[in-house]
Design a protein around this ligand. Sequence first.
Ligand code: PEP
Length: 249
Amino acid sequence: MTNNMFFIANWKMFGDFKSVNSIKKVIKLSKDKKYKKAKIIYCPPYTLLDKFFKITKNSKIEIGAQNCHHYQNPGPFTGSVNVDLIKSIGAKYVIIGHSENRSSGDTNHNINLKIKSALKKKLKVIFCIGETLKEKRKNKTNSVLNSQIIRGLKNIKKNNNIIFAYEPVWSIGTGLVPKNKDLKIQINVIKKILSKFWRLNNPKIIYGGSVNPKNINDLRKISSIKGFLVGGASQKAKNFIDIIKKTIN
Ligand code: PEP
């Protein structure tokens, strides 16, 4: 597991039934022994989860949802999907705490409830954390990461089923990527917080924010990064494949 590199595709609110076929090339790559270290996970919109599950069934590619409701039982929550519903479709992962959901109402408290709910039902969690540009300018990055982690993991026992996705909000969808030296520092900060708070010494930390086939050549040099959460560039199979190939080679 420790040698694996995660390549998590977040399709956000993009894609339709036809576009699912575009991932056939990625499925082919996933079967190539040369890329066996690549742990590829697709997180499409809810409406495409079933299609993605079926098309990837005979491959190592796994499926995840982009969010969930914290409530574990069926309930009167119009428009929401809980972890049981996500699991029932064959998904193994769920993204929780994405900044696009934090900015539309997710708080550290309900992110914590969502993580608990996912772990209880044995869904693995892709837990997104990261500072806004305003917070970065005020030198608050470390304290923001600290409180996102500590509050997000409150009363959750140390476990190995969480992937920590460091996604500076100012980098998502903007084309801006932190310098390698700054990114290394932030990954180290996250490691320190997890080691102090959870005694977790080998966390799976990935990076997300404008990863593309060009900047991957630099980003892949940071050995403490165990993979990438890729938004825009994952929607084109060619770009996603390029990112995987350049990282693994
Ligand atoms: C994301 O949505 O998690 C993301 C990293 O998006 P992008 O790659 O488009 O910046």
